[in-house]
Design a protein around this ligand. Sequence first.
Ligand SMILES: NC(=O)c1ccc[n+]([C@@H]2O[C@H](COP(=O)([O-])OP(=O)(O)OC[C@H]3O[C@@H](n4cnc5c(N)ncnc54)[C@H](OP(=O)(O)O)[C@@H]3O)[C@@H](O)[C@H]2O)c1
Length: 257
Amino acid sequence: MTTALITGATAGIGAAFARRLAAEGHDLVLVARDVKRLREQATELHDRHGIEAEVLVADLSGDEGIEAVAARLGERRDPVDLLVNNAGFGNKGRFLDVPMADELRMLRVHCEAVLRLTAAAAEAMRERGRGDVVNVASVAAFVPRGTYGASKAWVVQFTQGAARDLAGSGVRLMALCPGFVRTEFHERAGMGTDSIPNWMWLDADKLVSAALADLARGKSLSIPDPRYKALMGATKLVPRGMLGGLSSVTGRKYGPR
Ligand SMILES: NC(=O)c1ccc[n+]([C@@H]2O[C@H](COP(=O)([O-])OP(=O)(O)OC[C@H]3O[C@@H](n4cnc5c(N)ncnc54)[C@H](OP(=O)(O)O)[C@@H]3O)[C@@H](O)[C@H]2O)c1
């Protein structure tokens, strides 16, 4: 029996990872801020799949939350075999519309927490000679898209660099770059989604299946959908100025306040 720790497990992509990994028989450590939701999810996954699901309430925008999760990842007697650094959010509006405190909160959750949790997990995994880390980035990493895109670009660069540094240790790291996925993300951020064409939306469960297949193949970067693979290929050919115009508008317009 192996154990997977998922941050942001209660909704969207994280919940899809939890469903899939529980169905495969992995025990889980579920991390998010909403304790009620975490407990309900743990009970449901335990009852449905007979796995152990531990609840760890933590706000990853603060030291205390990051330290609590890092401590769990460092437990040698009850090791974590797979870490999914998935917790994240969007901020509505463009640069200077977003309060600085929210920009900094994003950098803490998307970058600092990912750095510290990856380090805590990878250190323990390296001692055992095996373990996997999936860091959820975004295709926004490849286009100019404010602090969000910049933070996800950091996730991609960091993960691929660390994967290279740890090659041969038995520890594998993969950056996962989804396109638009139907989750709570856009509503939570108050972002309008009317400008996003239907064909661009991905299903969270299919995304997770493709991501885990890429992880099993030993990839350090996963862009799971052929539509987005093609789009990301095309971005290399489009002038950067034009790309910036397109990407800064899609899905970033204000929704109802
Ligand atoms: N949806 C998309 O189109 C899309 C596309 C590309 C990449 N992504 C990335 O995918 C990841 C998951 O997003 P999603 O779409 O699944 O979003 P979601 O449905 O809004 O779920 C976000 C999850 O993160 C948790 N979370 C948020 N802030 C947190 C914090 N400070 N500390 C701990 N947990 C926190 C939430 O739980 P609590 O509120 O209970 O803490 C929730 O479980 C994010 O990193 C996002 O950037 C999403």
